[in-house]
Every structure is written in structure tokens, then in C-alpha cells.
Design a protein around this ligand. Structure first.
Ligand code: ADE
Ligand code: ZN
Length: 348
């Protein structure tokens, strides 16, 4: 496809207006400090922070674990179905404003069931928000249930069992939380059962952990996408496998900077991964904690790495290609993307 020349100072507007999919967003990571305090008050939960400002000031992370400790504390205010609806609705409103046409949303049920919140409360609140986003904006939203990898295989099986009455409310399963020391193979049997159930399969791998975890996510869990995967750069054979199979990577630029995976955005390896032929996508991970929603990730990444219109088209195309929707729906969004870029030419 012929792409028009876009002046660098016009790229941000092009990126913001472009139709796109988001494939890596933890809904609990979209909980803004203001909403955390509002829900704490509504539910009579006492927080270990005096104010919104004090909470925000604690968002100075040194690695994944330093973030997770605060992220799980923030989620402690979620108790009722309305709480889960309100959290998801706030995210979906921002996604719609960012011209996201499709989003696949992670949720961590064990963070809530461990506090006595019923599985149905979590799933039904999130599902209602997803349905309302479709009706309100035509924004397509699906749920992916994540198992917490710092917990046991037995607890993951119990979580799956508790979620099965709501099987139609989520399209797949993922694996998140503390990566180092918790390799994918710990969950081999749970994921085998999920595959039998016809669930789509993803896993966080190679965020902080070694390339070996990406190999085992592929070969043992049999994932259909790798979440993060940026550490694959250290393993040429793995890079070749990922490129040849067009295995999608859901990369999260601002997350990687805030969690010190790269020292700053100019050092991010997304362009190297893209140039090596990998099916890379751009995502926000935990936008309330990492300084921006999806469009902020696109704009800051493009500015720091000096990326242009060709990369914008390729990365947005990849976001649709890597999504878990039927082929006809993908083709429809890809046509929408193409006409967006064709429309730019008239104003060039
Ligand atoms: N849970 C929420 N965000 C996460 C991340 N970036 N890595 C692992 N688990 C997470
Ligand atoms: Zn993540």
C-alpha cells in the first residue's frame, strides 16, 4: 500500500486518530487513584495512604514486584459488581476516546476471590461494562481470565473451576504476576485443560524473565500470543521462530520504562523486534500506574524512536491480525485502517 508522507509534527495526531486494537491491558491496572479513593469511601475500606497525592507519589517502581505490591493493594477496594463495572467503564471510555475499536481485557480473579468476593460478582460487573461499550460506541470488548503465577497450580485449577459457570463471559486465559521463579511449566496441566475447553491461550513471558520462559510458553503452554516477550532479543533462534510463525508479541512501551526493563524510551527494542519480522503490537498494560493510556504509548514510543507512517500502519495492522476475532471481522477492521491512511493523503 502507498502511504503518504507525514511531517514529524503531524504524527501524534495521525496515531491518535487511527483505528486500533488493544490486546494487553489489566483492568485492575486501569484503576486511577481518584477511583481507588472513591471506592474505598463507598465500601468503608481503609487505605494505607492518606490521599490521592500520597498514593500517586508511591508510584516510583524499580521492577515488576515493586509495582505488583501496590497494584494488589489498590485492587483491595473492589467489592461489589458495581465496583467492577465502574472500573471497566472508566477504562472503556478512555479506550473509545483513543479510537480503540477492539480490546481484549485481562482480569485477575484470584486477587478478588482471595478477599471473599464471589467470582460471579467480578465477571458479571466486567461483562456488563463490555456489553454497554459495544452498545454505546460500537467498541468490541472481550475478557481474558489470568491466573496469578506466584500462586499454586492447585489454586489455578480451583479458579478455573469457579469460573466455568461463566464460561461464555471470557474468551481465553492468561498468566501474569511475578515472573521470575515462576516458569510457565508450573501451569502445564491447567493450560492443557483450558485448551480442551476451547479457551484461547496467552501468557506473560520474557518481560523480566529469560528467553527460556518464552520457549516454554510456546512449547508447553502452547500459547497463541506472548505478552511482553521483549527479552527474546537475547536469543537469535527464538527470534527466528517468532518471526517465522508470526507469533504475536503484545509489547507495552510505557510499562517497560516504568518497571525499568529499559532505561528510557529511546532504548526500547520494539523497532529491532519489528525490523526482525516479528508480529509486534503496542499496548498499555496498567495505564493508571504507568503514565498513560494506549495513545500515550503510541505517541511517546514513536517520538522516542523516530518511527513513521509505515511503522504506524504495520503496528496497527498487527493489532488486528493478532486479535482473537473471526477472520471476517479482522478484514473489516483492516479495511477501516486502510481507508484511514488513504484519507490522510487528501490533506497531505
Ligand atoms: N499484572 C499486571 N501487570 C503486570 C505485568 N506488567 N506483568 C506481570 N503481571 C502483571
Ligand atoms: Zn501485563
Amino acid at each position: 500500500m502507498h502511504l503518504p508522507h507525514i511531517a514529524p509534527d503531524k504524527m501524534a495526531a495521525v496515531l491518535r486518530g487511527m483505528p486500533k486494537a488493544e490486546l494487553h491491558i489489566h483492568i485492575e491496572g486501569s484503576l486511577e487513584p481518584e477511583l481507588i479513593f472513591a471506592l474505598a469511601q463507598r465500601n468503608g475500606v481503609v487505605l494505607p495512604y492518606a490521599s490521592v497525592e500520597a498514593l500517586r507519589a508511591a508510584y516510583a517502581f524499580t521492577d515488576l514486584q515493586s509495582f505488583l505490591d501496590i497494584y494488589y493493594a489498590g485492587a483491595s477496594v473492589l467489592l461489589t459488581e458495581q465496583d467492577f463495572f465502574d472500573m471497566a467503564w472508566a477504562y472503556l471510555s478512555k479506550a473509545a476516546a483513543d479510537n480503540v475499536v477492539h480490546t481484549e481485557i485481562f482480569f485477575d480473579p484470584q486477587t478478588h476471590t482471595a478477599r471473599g468476593v464471589p467470582m460471579g460478582t467480578v465477571i458479571q460487573g466486567l461483562q456488563r461494562a463490555c456489553q454497554q461499550a459495544q452498545q454505546t460506541w460500537g467498541l468490541s470488548a472481550q475478557l481474558i481470565l489470568c491466573f496469578l503465577r506466584h500462586l499454586s497450580e492447585e489454586e489455578a485449577f480451583a479458579t478455573l473451576e469457579a469460573a466455568l459457570p461463566y464460561r461464555d463471559a471470557f474468551i481465553g486465559v492468561g498468566l501474569d504476576s511475578s515472573e521470575k521463579g515462576h516458569p510457565p511449566e508450573k501451569f502445564e496441566r491447567v493450560f492443557a485443560r483450558c485448551r480442551e475447553l476451547g479457551l484461547r491461550i496467552v501468557a506473560h513471558a520474557g518481560e523480566e524473565g529469560p528467553p527460556a520462559y518464552i520457549w516454554s510458553a510456546l512449547d508447553i503452554l502452547k500459547v497463541e500470543r506472548i505478552d511482553h516477550g521483549v527479552q527474546s532479543i537475547h536469543d537469535p533462534a527464538l527470534m527466528q521462530r517468532l518471526a517465522q510463525t508470526r507469533m504475536p508479541l503484545t509489547v507495552c512501551p510505557l510499562s517497560n520504562i516504568k518497571l525499568c526493563v529499559f532505561p528510557d524510551m529511546t532504548q526500547h527494542n520494539l523497532k529491532q523486534l519489528l525490523d526482525a519480522g516479528l508480529c509486534v503490537t503496542v499496548n498499555s498494560d496498567d495505564p493508571a500506574y504507568f503514565g498513560g493510556y494506549l495513545n500515550d504509548n503510541w505517541v511517546q514510543l514513536f517520538s522516542a524512536l523516530g518511527l513513521g507512517i509505515r511503522e504506524a500502519y504495520q503496528l496497527a495492522f498487527n493489532s488486528f491480525e493478532a486479535s482473537f476475532v473471526d477472520e471476517a471481522t479482522k478484514r473489516g477492521w483492516e479495511r477501516q485502517l486502510k481507508s484511514y491512511f488513504e484519507g490522510l493523503r487528501e490533506h497531505d
